[in-house]
Design a binder for this molecule. Sequence first.
Ligand SMILES: NC(=O)c1ccc[n+]([C@@H]2O[C@H](COP(=O)([O-])OP(=O)(O)OC[C@H]3O[C@@H](n4cnc5c(N)ncnc54)[C@H](O)[C@@H]3O)[C@@H](O)[C@H]2O)c1
Length: 276
Amino acid sequence: MAGRTVLIAGGAGGMGFATGLRLAADGERIALADLPGSKLNDAVARIAATGAKAIGLPLDIRSVAACREAVDKAREWGGSLDILVNAAGVWLEGAASEVREEQWDLVLDVNLKGAFFLISAAIPHLSAAQGVVINIASDAGIVGNNGAAVYCASKGGLVLLTKALALELAPHGVRVNAVCPGDAATPMIEYQARTYGGDDPDGYKRRLLGHYPQAEKGTVHHRGRDRLLHPLPLPARCGADNRGRAFDRFRHQCRILNCGVGFIAWRVHDRVPQIP
Ligand SMILES: NC(=O)c1ccc[n+]([C@@H]2O[C@H](COP(=O)([O-])OP(=O)(O)OC[C@H]3O[C@@H](n4cnc5c(N)ncnc54)[C@H](O)[C@@H]3O)[C@@H](O)[C@H]2O)c1
């Protein structure tokens, strides 16, 4: 079968869906995994309507067993598992002194634990396919946001998870990278404005944009088609005989791409700026 199989967790959300649509246009097979419901069904239908092969996999990413099942189903459906995109996420803000245990658990379980166990389950398949993992982290996981400590901790964890797994999986021929977008106009931002914006959700959004010198909100299509998420083939393989050198080479291939404003997707090449 031509094309690669892409499993996108959070695939019915803003960035996950945009990624699916973009990769579908390249002829890839798209498995969208997200919470069950009409949002997931609609997302699958929209991708299938382009003529691409698409499937919906209902998933609550907080369950390790469900993560394993989604990976197995995607592999079975597609015949391979070549690309795993972790785009599921939830936002939480508020004073650290007010955070409840169940809020901490929700954010960490969705944003970090779920991503880890999807990757963990996918390793044998990705290894067989010489595949790619792309974690959608956040600029909040690099610089930190005032008043969103739990979210920042989850995304900072995802950034380091990416770096550690990039090193661990390099000898298996699997690349692991992260994209760290700034604010982009997706349902998540609308949720934030609704939930935390009080009686002035537009003012909330303006304050968000004030964090960015460009004062400009990106959209998932902000930077145009060629900048969208597009993992390229593995450029260098690691051999057991030159592990040390391969390790060094791979360090330079693991990119934590800080997008600043807007969702810019992902290309691996030497000109992509790297966070030291
Ligand atoms: N929008 C932004 O400005 C922004 C900025 C930086 C990083 N991010 C990150 O990018 C990723 C995509 O976010 P988005 O902006 O597309 O938001 P979104 O809310 O549109 O998408 C997130 C998706 O995750 C899914 N999800 C939530 N809980 C889940 C669970 N328990 N199991 C399975 N799926 C679950 C949601 O149903 C939703 O479809 C998230 O990880 C987010 O934290 C977003």
